[in-house]
Ligand binder design. Structure first.
Ligand SMILES: Cc1cc2nc3c(=O)[nH]c(=O)nc-3n(C[C@H](O)[C@H](O)[C@H](O)COP(=O)(O)OP(=O)(O)OC[C@H]3O[C@@H](n4cnc5c(N)ncnc54)[C@H](O)[C@@H]3O)c2cc1C
Length: 505
């Protein structure tokens, strides 16, 4: 009777003694040579294309789910992390893109916990929470309890001088605006104008939302973005005001003091987003990552089981592939696989923006808020400014002010092609004119994001359905990333996990 069990995956053999086992395995090393050896199922080979947070999470999860799999991540640039990157300049800490992460949905926070980073996550600074809106030469606080589109309390709104009395009264009447019966997707501009009135839309709602999505409000989808919660409020409570007062606003997590965003829900790694990227790449397994390898094409002949990944120098074959790049890149890679799929993914547009970081060691003043937003109606280049040193500790030396000015976006992409000097000059000038912030700069830094911000236009969810139906006919291929089901870091973490789950089943 076989007595010994050895734990090789899916290969369980029984021998009378260890010596017998060694002798038998040494002399008969393959199923053909040894009829007693069962034909083993080779572990799958899996490629992940794109080393942003989505691809890294997918790599980590695939390796956890299937430790035997041969997994390789291909990244075109010299580093992983994608848009997430942090630069240290003495005591200044500059984020290139995201500077904070929401703790809801849970996936982002759960990842930090799993990576042992929970203790390293900083809460936002309670003393400077809040945002201001620029209008006609002045800055006005966003009324307390106003959450992107909906007031949870009418009194602060009525007290605010950001809007004229007719504008405030129109917004206060939002609760009596008849809900839309049409269940089709709607643009953010149409929804917000309809519910909040023209003035509140132009000077409150549009700048707050555009500061997040850098999108064209006339095209931005309500249903495919986090704004869907307002559609649901309209459907459930008949109005956003009632939704806030009866439902959402009563949730214990809601941050009643803050305005504009619920800032208590945001966190950031002590050493910046790079800390998250580094820990994630370590955990995912750096030996499985190949940087400076831009994939040029993906192919699969109908009679082949494997996918061919072509980086222009060599072609490698994998059983399964996760594409975690931007939509334009995914569309390009899929051109030879499925033209319709490629076209459909290519229809997801991406906008460009520029971040100008300005470090003031001794500013003339500190606006004392996390951020300021500028309505499109003001015809400025600046979409928003984020005061990083007010948000989190350890971003600037004592007394210093770190500002990131956001330029460009879907409605003003041309500016991102200007020289660094022009961008810095524009950011400094508008910051002075808008927020009266001046001072000698310790340094400035321009970070350009060309075609990196996906635009979820009206009917984005329908596009996703078409894309999924094409993908269903291509087993072994999964497409993930911020172009599809959410742009926030937690959404990308969820997308990476979901991609791994799909590819491993
Ligand atoms: C300016 C800015 C500010 C933001 N602020 C916030 C914020 O405060 N909070 C928040 O939660 N989110 C924020 N976001 C959004 C969030 O950071 C991103 O949506 C998310 O990090 C995207 O991750 P990703 O992996 O899907 O894509 P990316 O980070 O874009 O990664 C894709 C990767 O694929 C690689 N790649 C592309 N083509 C190929 C190829 N052919 N071969 C190999 N590799 C390829 C790219 O080099 C890149 O590394 C911000 C984004 C920007 C741009």
């Amino acid at each position: 009777m076989p007595l010994l069990t050895i734990g090789l995956d899916r290969l369980v053999l029984f021998y009378r003694t260890p010596a017998e086992m060694i002798e038998r395995l040494m002399t008969h090393s393959s199923p053909e040579q040894n009829p007693e050896l069962p034909v083993t199922q080779t572990p799958p080979s899996i490629a992940v294309v794109g080393g942003g947070v989505t691809g890294l999470v997918a790599l980590r999860e695939i390796r956890q789910r299937n430790p035997q799999a041969k997994v390789r991540l291909f990244e075109s640039s010299s580093r992983v992390g994608g848009v997430l990157q942090t630069t240290r300049n003495d005591s200044w800490l500059v984020e290139h893109s995201a500077d904070m992460m929401a703790t809801s949905p849970r996936e982002g926070w759960a990842l930090c916990e799993a990576l042992g980073l929970a203790e390293e996550m900083l809460p936002t600074n309670p003393t400077h929470r809040g945002a201001v809106v620029y209008r006609n030469g002045k800055l006005y606080p966003v009324p307390d309890g106003f959450s992107l589109m909906a007031p949870s309390s009418v009194i602060p709104l009525l007290k605010s001088s950001l809007l004229s009395w007719p504008g405030k009264l129109r917004l206060a009447c939002e609760r009596w605006v008849r809900p839309r019966s049409d269940s089709r997707d709607e643009s953010f501009e149409s929804f917000a104008r309809r519910r909040c009135g023209e003035e509140a839309y132009q000077y409150l709602v549009q700048p707050l939302v555009s500061g997040i999505y850098t999108a064209d409000p006339a095209k931005l989808s309500m249903q495919a973005t986090a704004l869907a919660r307002f559609v649901k409020m309209e459907q459930t409570y008949g109005s956003l005001t009632r939704g806030m007062l009866q439902g959402e606003g009563k949730k214990p997590s809601a941050d009643k003091q803050a305005n504009g965003a619920r800032y208590s829900m945001f966190v950031a790694p002590r050493l910046g987003m790079q800390q998250l990227v580094d820990r994630l790449a370590d955990e995912a397994g750096r030996e499985h990552i190949r940087t400076e390898t831009p994939l040029k094409a993906l192919r699969k002949e109908p009679d082949q089981d494997q996918w061919e990944l072509d980086d222009g120098r060599q072609v490698e074959r994998f059983d399964r592939v996760v594409l975690a790049t931007s939509a334009p890149q995914a569309a390009r890679l899929l051109a030879e696989v499925d033209e319709s799929l490629s076209t459909e993914i290519g229809r997801i547009e991406h906008a460009s923006s520029a971040v100008v970081a300005l470090a003031f060691p001794k500013p003339n003043r500190n606006p004392g808020v996390f951020g300021l937003v500028v309505p499109d109606a003001e015809k400025r280049h600046m979409i928003a400014a984020s005061f990083g040193s007010n948000k989190f500790s350890g971003r600037a030396p004592d007394g210093g002010l770190l500002v990131r000015v956001f330029l460009g976006g879907a409605l003003n992409e041309a500016i991102t092609h200007e020289s660094d000097d022009v961008l810095v000059e524009t950011a400094v000038r508008e910051l002075r004119e808008i927020a009266d912030v001046t001072g000698t700069l310790a340094f400035s830094q321009v970070i350009r994001w060309q075609k990196t911000m996906p635009q979820y236009h009206v009917d984005h969810l329908k596009k996703l359905e078409v894309i999924q139906s094409r993908l269903d006919a291509l087993p072994g291929l999964v497409v993930a990333g911020n172009a599809f089901r959410g742009v926030g870091i937690p959404d990308c973490v969820r997308a990476g996990r979901h991609a791994a789950e799909q590819i491993c089943t």
